[in-house]
Every structure is written in structure tokens, then in C-alpha cells.
Ligand binder design. Structure first.
Ligand SMILES: C[S@@+](CC[C@H](N)C(=O)[O-])C[C@H]1O[C@@H](n2cnc3c(N)ncnc32)[C@H](O)[C@@H]1O
Length: 334
């Protein structure tokens, strides 16, 4: 039985045992972050990018292969994950990526970045605000942060199941961590965060890594859009919702075009079939529109973009429009 509040050491121990997203370096990179990055920054040439909490590097190597003229650094505190990541990069002859063992929230790395990606990390930190501040301290003046979080509305059932798993494990006299998920019939849906684009196939080891992260993890937080944005209030001028994921789907936000919904972006018709309700939606202030998006779609996850005024020039028109219309840092901090 454990009674101490979970610590950063407990988080590291989980990833030493269950490196994420895949423990096997003979697998393919994951391109979901890489595929959409040109919708954030039209060019990454000659840029320096950090992936904070890169894990086994599948998303980072996807990025490094997609952008051969950009220098990438993967940072993680799990040696096991980093050893898989190094091997994966070698297997794919990726010479524009390096790795560093470091703790997010620990000492400054001594260099700044044009772009920092950190997907699925901040919500697992013992000090999430401190971790987000550490990321901001590593941004160049015109640097951009790309971060991804769990959302409590779409994750409600999963988070309750995780609490049940922990309650059972905490009260068992023997270690049931290897059997409890099967005994409860729990397995994370492969479409929990959208359509299955990230993995070519779902193997037993993919499922195990996802299930360990989803149900056995000692620290899991989930945030509404505004709550996560508030982590960036002190260190950046703007923070916007870039994309949302829900069970079976995902979309980008283009707040200039709610009515049309270009390919891949969310339209008001995705939220409301009724023309009457679409009209109500069109007349709402931006922060209330975002409330409606959360309440109607009940996301499982979402991506935020954050930066300073100086960084806006390097962003796409879609991101600039979102900053103009729906900068969460200009909205309430409650
Ligand atoms: C859910 S995994 C995400 C991996 C990768 N970003 C992805 O999306 O595939 C979280 C990663 O963050 C790392 N991590 C968690 N807390 C950390 C900390 N304080 N310092 C460094 N790495 C950390 C873990 O070791 C793990 O590899």
C-alpha cells in the first residue's frame, strides 16, 4: 500500500518500465505532429527546436525527418526512453537530432529555441506550472511553444477508471499492476484522441504503452482550455487553442472561418445542425464560443500555441487570426 503523494521520481520510474510511446526502436516514427506543423510555422529552416519530454522519440524523429534543415534536441529524464530514441534516430539515419538527459523544471539548458514542442508531458508533472515556466524560459524572443494536454470533459470516464485502478492497487497486499487492467477489462481506445493516424498498426506493445500511460500513471491532470493557457500568462503575450481531439476525431481551430470550416478546421455546422443555434454561436464573444466548443465536443485532448508579439510574424495567417480573435491570455483568469 502506498500513501505518499506521487513525485517526479514515481513518474520517471513508470517511464523506465513503460517507455512511451513505443519501447521498440525497430518501429516507424509517428508523424502526427510533423504533418500539421506547417499550419503553425510556414518555415522551420535553420531553426532550433526542442522536444521537451520526447520519450522514445517517435514524434521527434518524425519531425526531424520531415524537416532535414532544422536542428532538433530531444530532452527527457528517462534513460530507457532516451536509449530507444537514440537507436530510433540512428535506424532512420537522422543526423539533425540529438538527445539530452535533463529534467523539465530543473536547470536551464543554456540555450534558447525557435520552437518547443511538448506533447503529453505537462499534465504528468508534479509541478505543471513550474514545467510550463521552464519551457517559456527556453523560448527565443520570437519563439513558439506547441503543447498538448488532456481535457477533463472527454477524459471523464478514463480518469475515473484510472482512479479505480489506483484505489485497487493501493489496497492490494500484492502487486497487481500486471493484471489489474485485464481483470477490469480496460484498454484505451485507439481512437481516444482522434482517428488512428499516429500508429501504422496497433500491436500488443503499442497497446501496453498506451494503457500504462492511461491507467497506471502516478500523476495525471486534465485541463480546460483556459486553465492550461494560464500556465503561459507570465511568460508569453498570447496563447491560443490550435487543435482539439476527441474520441474518433480531431480538428484545427480557425476562428476567422467558423461559418465555412475549411478542410480540417472546425465549422459551426460541426457543432450545431440547427441554423438557429449556429446564428447564436456566431454572435457570441470568442471566449464563449470556445466554452461552447468544449461543452459540445467534450475534447479528450487539445493543442495550445503560445508566444510573444515578436513571434507572430513567423506564424501562419490561421494562427495570427486566432491570436487576434481568441487570445486566451486576454480572457478571464478565473
Ligand atoms: C506521455 S510521454 C510523451 C512522449 C512524447 N512527447 C510523445 O508525445 O510521444 C511523457 C514523457 O515525458 C517525460 N517526462 C515526464 N516528466 C519529466 C520531467 N520532469 N523531465 C523530463 N522528462 C519528463 C517522460 O519520461 C516521458 O517520456
Amino acid at each position: 500500500m502506498s500513501s505518499h503523494p506521487p513525485s517526479s521520481g514515481d513518474v520517471r520510474a513508470l517511464y523506465e518500465e513503460f517507455p512511451y510511446p513505443l519501447p521498440n526502436s525497430g518501429t516507424e516514427p509517428i508523424y502526427d505532429v510533423a504533418m500539421g506543423l506547417d499550419l503553425v510555422l510556414p518555415s522551420l529552416d535553420d531553426c532550433q527546436v526542442m522536444d521537451a519530454g520526447c520519450g522514445t522519440g517517435h514524434r521527434l524523429v518524425g519531425l526531424a525527418l520531415q524537416y532535414p534543415d532544422t536542428e532538433f534536441l530531444g530532452v527527457d529524464f528517462s534513460e530507457h526512453s532516451l536509449s530507444v530514441a537514440r537507436e530510433l534516430a540512428k535506424n532512420h539515419e537522422c543526423d539533425n537530432v540529438s538527445f539530452r538527459h535533463a529534467e523539465i523544471g530543473g536547470e536551464h539548458l543554456g540555450r534558447d529555441f525557435d520552437l518547443i514542442t511538448s506533447t503529453g508531458v505537462i499534465h504528468h508533472l508534479a509541478d505543471p506550472a513550474g514545467g510550463a515556466a521552464w519551457l517559456q524560459q527556453h523560448l527565443k524572443r520570437d519563439g513558439i511553444a506547441y503543447t498538448w494536454y488532456y481535457h477533463p470533459y472527454g477524459e471523464f470516464d478514463r480518469l475515473l477508471s484510472r482512479r479505480l485502478v489506483h484505489t485497487l492497487m493501493d489496497h492490494s497486499v500484492e502487486d497487481i499492476s500486471k493484471t489489474v487492467l485485464a481483470d477490469l477489462g480496460l484498454a484505451l481506445s485507439v481512437e481516444q484522441y482522434g482517428t488512428r493516424t499516429s500508429f501504422a498498426e496497433v500491436s500488443a506493445e503499442t497497446q501496453l504503452a498506451a494503457d500504462a500511460d492511461a491507467y497506471l500513471h502516478p500523476i495525471v491532470n486534465a485541463y480546460r482550455f483556459q486553465e492550461a493557457a494560464d500556465f503561459f500568462r507570465d511568460g508569453t503575450d498570447w496563447t491560443v487553442v490550435h487543435g482539439i481531439n476527441w474520441d474518433g476525431g480531431s480538428s484545427l481551430i480557425d476562428s476567422d472561418h467558423w461559418a465555412e470550416g475549411e478542410f480540417g478546421t472546425l465549422a459551426s455546422s460541426d457543432l450545431f445542425q440547427s441554423g438557429r443555434l449556429r446564428e447564436v454561436f456566431a454572435g457570441m464573444p470568442p471566449e464563449v464560443q470556445l466554452d461552447c466548443v468544449e461543452l459540445r465536443l467534450r475534447p479528450t485532448g487539445f493543442t495550445l500555441l503560445s508566444g510573444n508579439e515578436a513571434g507572430l510574424d513567423r506564424c501562419t495567417a490561421q494562427t495570427r487570426a486566432n491570436v487576434r480573435n481568441a487570445n486566451l491570455l486576454r480572457m478571464s483568469a478565473c
